[in-house]
Design a protein. Structure first.
Length: 140
């Protein structure tokens, strides 16, 4: 079994044999693989096209959103709901701003928890819970 990571949607899938090009079963993207080649030595941060590489905190995921950027927005501008606007959840941003005003800033405790949560969770969990969620106001 050979495992590939789609460069377009980021999903992982396997094939029975090694091939020169692969079609992603999730998004239909066709991409070239490194058939018969070993990964380049001396380049620890670079993986061959289609191979898996861990996503860093400030790297964009398949959605184009970075959990590191979202965490910094929560920490510095969370009272204004900037992180919800960044994630495409404008109603959540407005709710967050109103909660900050109503609670006289005590809402900031929840925002501090969200900051640490964004920095520590995996990119897949971040996108599932906050980016692709149908919830208007995802908290945890």
């Amino acid at each position: 079994m050979i495992t590939y990571n789609c460069p377009k949607c980021g999903k992982t899938f396997t094939t029975q044999t090694e091939v020169q090009s692969v079609k992603c079963p999730y998004c239909g993207e066709v991409f070239q693989t490194v058939y018969g080649q070993q990964p380049a030595q001396g380049a620890p941060n670079q993986a061959p096209y289609g191979a898996q590489r861990p996503i860093g905190v400030f790297d964009e995921g398949p959605s184009g959103k970075s959990r590191g950027v979202a965490a910094l927005l929560v920490f510095f501008l969370g009272g204004f709901g900037a992180h919800y606007f960044y994630l495409g959840k404008a109603a959540g941003g407005i709710i967050c701003f109103l909660l900050t005003m109503i609670t006289c800033g005590l809402w900031g405790i929840i925002l501090l928890i969200q900051t640490f949560l964004f920095f520590t969770m995996s990119q897949e969990d971040f996108e599932r819970k906050f980016v692709y969620s149908t919830s208007t106001f995802p908290l945890f």
